[in-house]
Design a binder for this molecule. Sequence first.
Ligand code: CS2
Ligand code: MN
Length: 357
Amino acid sequence: MKMILRWFAGGDDSVSLKQIKQIPGVSGICPMLSDIPVGEVWPLERLMALKEEVNSAGLELEVIESVNIHEDIKKGLPTRDRYIDNYIKTIENLSKIGVKCLCYNFMPVMDWMRSELAYPLSDGSTALAYDHEEILKMNPADIADGILSNSKGYYMPGWEPERMGQMGEDIKFYQSMSTEDYWNNMKYFLDAVIPYAEKYDVKMAIHPDDPPFSVFGLPKVINSAENMRKFLSLNTSKYNGLTLCTGSLGADLNNDIPAIVREFAAQGRIHFAHIRNIKHSEDKVFTESAHPSQCGDLDMYEIVKAFYDNGFDGYIRPDHGRMIWDEQARPGYGLYDRALGATYLLGLWEAIEKSKK
Ligand code: CS2
Ligand code: MN
């Protein structure tokens, strides 16, 4: 197991590589090139420069989060083949700089969705929060505006302003598409890409849908044990795997996260884990809490133990953190709370490991 942290390249992060290097036990980062338009090839020269920057800070670059998928692929349009070719070329380039794992998502139109980016918690910190009723009262363009105008000037992954313009049309398109067709488009993508992931030894790790239930009538696919089983059976290569995000899946109270981890880790199909906690006040209303079990709904000991007991040897990162100690940073991605999260998770891992000896 390797503990890593997400980091945004190109001066688009308040957190420095030096700071990350000083978090005990963190061996690397999972960056992305956020200025490459979705669907285009990530140039090798840019990747080599990124690798040099990361390695010279004493950190490893073995995971990328994320290379986003062009909407034409998700929509199944004839133009998808060009974007799939580009995706394969990007995988080849990633392999040339030593990347071993690629996190991506297959969510229609937008990535994760929250109703608030700085919801005040009782301890004076703020956190990302979700309230389903509030979301349904807004229209998608308002949600995008809210996210972009509260991001403190940072790029928000999955909310590229240039894509948001056509959000309304895209949503209509997916509303008229059956979920089965959406699955078929996913299979088409996997069958085209996974042989190359094998060839270049880059494990593909899909991130769950967040939230894991439908909003605005959009298809949701990676949201439960049953659907993850279906996903893994679409292409049975080990290179077709999961990013197991506990907070995303945990937003559906029916998901038994330790059981999900046990099942898919035992099959060697989880390559990357995002481990964070969330706290519900009611169904579909939650805040992203601090990582420890006592702060949220999830039993982090049971979750980490499920990874350990089932031989997990991939990458783990703490996921979103709260904004604490007056830090000014990209919502969810400050230094302090994620560093606390990493340290806590490493402590659980060590205790579990030693209890077995
Ligand atoms: C991340 C996702 O910030 C987050 O919630 O876990 O945005 C994740 O990076 C993407 O879905 C992966 O493509
Ligand atoms: Mn995640």
